[in-house]
Design a protein. Sequence first.
Lengths: 258, 185
Amino acid sequence: MNTKHRADRLLDVWLQLEAPASPPPGLLTDITARTSSTRPRPAWLARLEGHHVDVIQGGRRTGAPRLALVLAIIGLLLVALAAAAFFGSRPQNLIVSPATIEPSPGASLAAAATPVPSGTPGPTAIPRQPEPGDPIPDELVGVWEVDAGEYYYILRGPDPYCQKRYQSIQDCSTWWDSFGQAAYADILTIVDGKIRVMPVGRANCLGQLSEMTFARTGDALELAFEPGSCYTRDFPTMHLVGTGEGGPPGPAQALHWP
Amino acid sequence: MQRDLAERARQGDHDAFSELAAASIGRLFSVASLILRDWDRAQDAVQEALVQAWRDIRGLRDPDRFDAWLHRLVVRACYRQARGDRRRTVVELRVVTRAEPIVASPELSVADRDRLDRGFARLDFDQRAVLVLHHYVGLPLTEVADVLSIPTGTAKSRLNRAVAAMRAALDADDRGGALAGERTA
């Protein structure tokens, strides 16, 4: 038996030995007592209010109803905006047109949020409403190695990637996993000294806020989600490996031109 | 049988739910204990998961997925328990409360057991969850990914890292032991 197989076998045996043989006495009684005094919620409420990971629906399509609801609301808002524009009101003043923005590293959100003059052609993509808060500090911007082959990108807005993929000119982040796919796209702002995280790029936690504390020491960055955040990942200490532009380290080239 | 019970529970039959809970509580408690390494918190996690299961049982569309759903609920409850611990500002020394004696095994020496114990303690919760669901519960990786709501590739990557870390814990300690033996010889 080689070392690898021996280790796997030991691991299996160890897990079996470590697992308790039976639950504590009284646990089932407690649970039965608690559940007997409550009634299950209606199905629609369980699916609507329950965190999507708490209500499995078979397969991996666990976020579908909530996502569908969010998409329906977004669709209605878009229709309302289009109708308002058609009838001559000026809803464009509320939104930001990426076509009017010259990408520059130091551009502030206020300067970038130039209203679209009435009568000019509309933007090619519907821009996103700005998230509240201040830009993130310079010390956080860059590519951070989370683990071998995994990178957390904190990008200064307006960044081409976030503009193109998420119609946002604000600071944003994405996580590049070891399989070469970007996920966890978030818009980042600073509110009350903490990083305010608004997920925009995937179903998980979409539209649900999270907050992170941060601490940079040299090239190391510590991030920790605050209680009550939708995200719960435990980040290890990250290390700065690049700026997020101009190619390696990390798949920055592909990130900016997917 | 389980499908019938799950179907009845979904209709509000509490007795059926109690039967399901009784049949699964041992496995859920083992999973929570392994992930959290703390029997008290594991007890809380299992209780939280099963109460939530009853509360949201009508939201379960496919009764055949009841087990997977319970695994998901208990893993999420473990995360919440772990997060609750991180919120505490006072440093606590937690003693692993073990109600059972440590069972000897001819396959696993005390030294190996200790190495695996330390290696496992160094894993993060994501890795522990994947490792326990795959190696202990015996779920295939696609099912593990489903339970954890992550892509299969991510589950595979976490598992590979966790297993590698456990192997390294064994190997490193083996080397350390050998070196120590050489020094003292």
